[in-house]
Design a protein around this ligand. Structure first.
Ligand code: CDP
Ligand code: MG
Length: 669
């Protein structure tokens, strides 16, 4: 893959000595033998510890080096893929080994491992997926569930399944015949959490032992703003320059909700930094967010050059998953993005990312990042009153996210969500909404039983709606094109850079790609044009071409990785990915409609659109090719809520398509 993973803290013989010294100095190092013993003696260990103490990078190495993990693999799960990949890079370097040898990773659409791999960092989603092919996760001798306090949906499903698996694997059978047949292959579980809510995990695992690892925390002085701020990006910029001109050297870490804010703050800091007098230190800006390509964030971990202050712009990924050395000042906007399922009044529900106030536990974690190497300062861009009204800790994702994809995966394991032993049980409304979606997609039948189609859908590393479109494309003879489009839709960032103030310029620059049927075929036109550019021009030419057309190049390169993964998946299922419909847009839109039937709306006499499966009136997003068009029927990728409900990623389809694919008869039953 293009972003070279191996250059972070490069593992060479000379740097390795240094890394070994660093390892020995970590707070966790003193407790090494005791920790290994505890994990060996207990089936389940709950490990609590301050961020930066060395839990995630060291525990797996201790278990490996001491022989405690036996011949099995140690899995370390992470909620985010950047955390999984960058941790693997670091730990491979500490082991003085090439990434993918003894230390590897596995995230959706990307894997680095080999038969020699003994420590594997994977996303919680990946390990839940592995249950499909290996229901007892038998290749692992230790499974470390990291960042458990985040309570992602996949982490909760994993925690539930691990309890069941351990019951089976650690129970020596008594029947002598079986005993001979069955090789005893016990599993150790380690739950790691950064916050003090470990009781709940312990209770879930029959009062498992809780161990506390002390960190190296220095005092942090916290300042709140006196008035509430309306524009946190601007306010963060002002605060940064105050620190930069008034305070002693030390890096600044700024917490923002997401990529867009990071990019806009980066721009304005750069602009002002260029106008500073010469006697002020230079500013080096780095960023850290989930959608970054591996390797892109490597400079975050390197020490600042002389006479330079590093300014790190990060999302809550830097709260606990990733520790950045050198930070003395923290600026906390108090905001984060949270996934939330909107089920009510919208017909088929869906996940959306909402920017919202953080919780108290996040605020405390964020402040703590300033006190790793000495006394620190934290500037909160919100009032003390606002802090007091914050929720204590985030609500588990299982209570607020779409369950569609998880329920489908569980069905493949012969499990029903309702019957699982879970730490928190979702409400019946969101379960039935997910079941309805699966039924509309033909993944389950009227008796809620998995259909062969549903089983096939679950084999794709895709959202069920997208998997459905890929499967439909086989009959429609347009798999090649559908994979092109779905790859872009599955990438972690949007293809079309959409900045409100440049919307007209962008739309003008992208005119040549516009397809009359809407955004999906417009994406296809971009991919075709990009592939022409890629064969004729070099890297610089590609970059310039993307910039000129307001396209996100990262999305395109990520999409091409995803596409090759999807082609392999098709190959395994004997779907010929090479079948193309040329310019046969009808087949293409029909395939997409199979997946997106629930995301559809019909034009009303008054010019608005009304959902076919729900009751909401929606508008087409201003960034869409179809924005001012009136077409009889549309399908769309997602709805966004601002002052109105907007459909984004829209294509025009024939009304008759819905009858042809049988979507509307299901609606009312
Ligand atoms: O899991 P925990 O928060 O306890 O700590 P960790 O992630 O194991 O990190 C231990 C140390 O390794 C931190 O001080 C980090 O600065 C360092 N580290 C690094 O330099 N580069 C990485 N990619 C990951 C960790
Ligand atoms: Mg950690």
């Amino acid at each position: 893959m293009e972003g070279d993973n191996q250059n972070i803290n490069g593992a060479g013989p000379s740097t390795n000595g240094l890394l070994q010294d660093q390892r020995k100095l970590l707070p966790i190092a003193r407790g090494r033998d005791a920790l290994v013993r505890e994990i060996q003696e207990n089936d389940v260990t709950i490990l609590l510890g301050e961020t930066g103490s060395g839990k995630t990078t060291q525990i797996p190495q201790y278990l490996l080096e001491s022989g405690a993990s036996g011949s099995g693999i140690i899995a370390v799960t992470q909620p985010r893929r950047v955390a999984a990949t960058s941790l693997a890079v670091r730990v491979a370097a500490e082991q003085n080994d090439k990434l993918g040898k003894r230390v590897g990773y596995s995230v959706r659409f990307d894997e680095r491992s080999s038969p020699e791999t003994r420590i594997k960092y994977l996303t919680d989603g990946m390990i839940v997926r592995e249950l499909l092919s290996d229901p007892l996760l038998s290749q692992y001798s230790v499974i470390i569930v990291d960042e458990a306090h985040e309570r992602t949906l996949r982490t909760d499903l994993l925690i539930s399944n691990l309890k069941m698996i351990q019951g089976k694997r650690n129970h020596r059978s008594t029947g002598s015949k079986e005993k001979e047949k069955e090789k005893f292959n016990p599993l150790k579980i380690v739950i790691m959490s950064a916050t003090l809510d470990a009781e709940k995990f312990s209770m879930f695992y029959q009062n498992a032992k809780i161990i506390y690892v002390k960190g190296r925390q220095h005092p942090v002085k916290v300042y709140h703003s006196l008035e509430s701020q309306t524009d946190y990006v601007e306010s963060a910029m002002r605060t940064f320059f105050q620190i930069h001109t008034d305070q002693t050297p030390g890096d600044v870490l700024i917490f923002l909700p997401g990529q867009e804010d990071i990019e806009s703050l980066e721009k304005s800091i750069r602009l002002f930094a260029n106008q500073l007098p010469h006697d002020v230190m230079d500013v080096l800006i780095c960023s850290m967010y989930a959608a970054q390509a591996p390797g892109q964030n490597s400079k975050v971990f390197l020490p600042s050059p002389a006479r330079t202050r590093k300014c790190i712009l990060a999302t809550n990924i830097a709260e606990t998953s990733i520790t950045i050395p050198g930070v003395k000042y923290v600026i906390d906007t108090g905001m984060c993005k949270e996934k939330r399922y909107l089920a009510r009044n919208t017909g088929g529900g869906f996940d959306t990312l909402l920017t919202r106030a953080i919780t108290k536990s996040s605020a405390m974690q964020r402040a703590g990042r300033a006190g790793r190497e000495g006394m620190g300062l934290c500037f909160r861009l919100y009032t003390e009153d606002a802090f007091d009204t914050m929720d204590l800790s985030p609500e588990p994702e299982i209570l607020r996210c779409s369950l569609t994809s998880s329920i489908l995966q569980l069905k493949c394991l012969n499990q029903d969500l309702e019957d699982l032993d879970l730490m928190d049980m979702p409400d019946t409304e969101s379960i039935s909404s997910a079941l309805k979606t699966l039924w509309l997609l033909d993944a389950i039948d009227q008796n809620k039983e998995l259909t062969p189609l549903g089983r096939q859908m679950a084999l794709f590393p895709l959202e069920p709606v997208h998997a459905r479109a890929v499967i439909a494309s086989r009959e429609q003879g347009c798999t090649s094109e559908v994979l092109d489009i779905i790859s872009v839709l599955s990438a972690s960032s949007k293809l079309f850079v959409d900045v409100a103030e440049h919307r007209e310029a962008a739309s003008e620059a992208r005119r040549m790609f516009r397809h009359a049927s809407g955004d999906h075929l417009t994406i296809l036109n971009v991919i075709r044009a990009y592939s022409d550019i890629s064969t004729t021009g070099g890297k610089a030419a590609r970059r310039e071409w993307c910039r000129k057309h307001f396209l996100n190049e990262k999305t395109l390169s990520e999409a091409s990785e995803i596409r090759s993964q999807l082609r392999q998946a098709c190959g395994r299922m004997r779907i010929d990915w090479n079948v193309s419909c040329g310019d046969g847009e009808g087949q293409l839109l029909k395939s997409l409609a199979y997946g997106l039937a629930q995301n559809s709306a019909f034009l009303q006499p008054d010019g608005s659109y009304k959902q076919t499966m729900g009751h909401s009136v929606i508008k087409i997003h201003p960034g869409s090719v179809l924005c001012d068009k009136k077409v009889p029927a549309i399908i769309y990728d997602e709805l966004i809520y601002t002052n109105q409900i907007y459909a984004r990623g829209v294509s025009s389809v024939q009304k008759s398509t819905f009858t042809a694919i049988g979507a509307l008869n299901r609606r009312s039953s």
